[in-house]
Design a protein around this ligand. Structure first.
Ligand code: FE
Length: 266
């Protein structure tokens, strides 16, 4: 029996993809360097963070917003976002009267340069069908409750045109920089199945990051003291640092755990 161990066996799909990739490279149909470049692009360089920059700029610069609604492809290209599946973009603006939502009823057309690759649910048959027949119910399943007086408009992205939703700027963000605003923009808010985050949520998160840093700043010197006295001859000092370390662990560990839990749930 082989003693060679794998972390986990590859799935059937992974094996098929690998076989196809090897065959295409072997036949000279695909350059492995180009393939690596493509994977790196879609893993690291394109994603909702690009769309968030577009939205944040539109929120803070009314001239840009006007250009974005007038000629979306050009205005998005101004920020350096262009390429496949983003050649013809249309940005639709949410207002107090209209909430926009995007779907591709036929397959999975999605604006890659600004949102990256589509999530699984976007490509699923139920979303594609129900987004059109019962958009409000679908929105409710995403936790988005749209007032009855607000019209819900559903846009069907196609190979020709890709839609991006410009969500409404959240209340309480006066004086926010574009960078701060971009942190409030979620992927789903640009598809229309979500809303931007509230400014309070990121302030709370920033506070928790501060708490965590303070805790580590407290803990690290204690570890260092313990480490340096371990090899020393002074038994009393050694014991003192051990007790100090144990005592700090009693309150620091729960603080870190609670903080982590809060961070994951906000
Ligand atoms: Fe499609």
């Amino acid at each position: 029996m082989s003693r060679h161990k794998h972390a986990h066996p590859p799935s059937e799909t992974e094996v098929k993809v690998k076989a196809l990739e090897s065959l295409l490279i072997e036949k000279g149909l695909v350059d492995p360097l180009v393939l690596d470049e493509l994977i790196d692009t879609y893993e690291h360089r394109v994603g909702p963070q690009n769309g968030a920059k577009v939205v944040a700029k539109a929120w803070s610069d009314s001239n840009y917003r006007a250009r974005l609604l007038d000629d979306s492809t050009d205005a998005i290209r101004e920020l350096g976002f262009q390429g496949r599946q983003g050649e013809d973009m249309v940005v639709v603006e949410n207002t107090s009267e209209v909430h926009n939502m995007v779907v591709c009823t036929l397959c999975s057309c999605y604006p890659w340069p600004v949102l990256g690759l589509p999530p699984v649910w976007y490509k699923s048959a139920p979303y594609r069908a129900r987004a059109v027949s019962e958009p409000r119910s679908v929105l409710e399943e995403f936790g988005v409750f749209i007032n009855k007086e607000v019209e819900v408009r559903v846009w069907d992205s196609t190979a020709e045109v890709r839609y991006l939703v410009l969500p409404m700027r959240p209340e309480g963000t006066d004086g926010f920089s574009e960078k701060q605003l971009a942190r409030l923009v979620t992927r789903d808010s640009m598809v229309g199945t979500g809303l931007p985050k509230s400014p309070r949520s990121i302030q709370w998160k920033a506070h928790m990051i501060w708490v965590e840093r303070r805790v580590w700043a407290e803990l690290i010197p204690k570890w260092m003291n313990l480490f340096f006295t371990m090899s020393g001859k002074n038994e009393l000092l050694h014991l003192h640092w051990q007790l100090d370390f144990l005592e700090s662990g009693i309150w620091i560990c729960p603080v870190l755990l609670v903080n982590k839990w809060n961070m994951m749930n906000t």
